[in-house]
Design a protein around this ligand. Sequence first.
Ligand SMILES: Cc1cc2nc3c(=O)[nH]c(=O)nc-3n(C[C@H](O)[C@H](O)[C@H](O)COP(=O)(O)O)c2cc1C
Length: 240
Amino acid sequence: MTYGDDFQRLSRYSRHSLEGRSLDWENKPPLYKKYPGAELFRLSEPDREGGAPLNGILQKRRSVRNYNSAVASEETLSQILWATQGITLSTDYHQFRASPSAGGLFPVETYCAINKVEGFKPGIYHYQVPYHALALVKEGAFGLDLARAALGQKMLRDADFNLVWTAMIERSKWKYEQRAYRYIYLDAGHIAQNAALAAVSCGLGSCQVGAFFDEEVNRVIDADGEQEFAIYMSSFGKPL
Ligand SMILES: Cc1cc2nc3c(=O)[nH]c(=O)nc-3n(C[C@H](O)[C@H](O)[C@H](O)COP(=O)(O)O)c2cc1C
């Protein structure tokens, strides 16, 4: 099979391929996913100026796969979520986030699978970017399901919380068509790295997870696997 090679070749830009393209503004997909009626938990205001100096954080960051039994604080969760996609600039026409995104289309959604965080029941939550809040998608401890879905990687079971990133692919395809599949992964990489660095600043460790059975992760977060599908995960906890 060569579909990866084919994709890379077929999704190349050439001067010719960009000719005559225009955007259908009337059918631009919405920027934010909503959960009408879901219980909403406002997160505390993140620290937008302080934190540990960046160079020291870069030096310290390692993938951490063994966590102790400590419970993460709400402030830590808030800080890490803000680092993923929190709004850092609002203008009349656009809201910019902590991570860059191709075309400012922000196709990546952040879910938080909470195992143990102060003040939260275990469950799957969706990060509501405009409100810096979590919407409860469903209650329950899904760490073990995520660990199983991630080829048995136990750190997802032991983590204080796991972040799962999905792509709402139409948001990016609207502009980039098939090339969107390149950009969603680049976007997710930026987001996950921001989260990993914020975790170090908060005294937590994290590990990025690309190895998982896609459909099993989609089921955990209730993504349909077509319009929206999981592309990346990270686990977070206090290093053992
Ligand atoms: C795209 C990607 C996917 C990864 N998937 C996994 C994974 O499924 N399981 C795991 O234990 N580590 C995973 N890692 C972590 C790498 O193994 C780790 O970053 C690498 O060994 C370098 O170590 P460091 O992160 O401590 O610098 C992944 C990292 C990236 C960037």
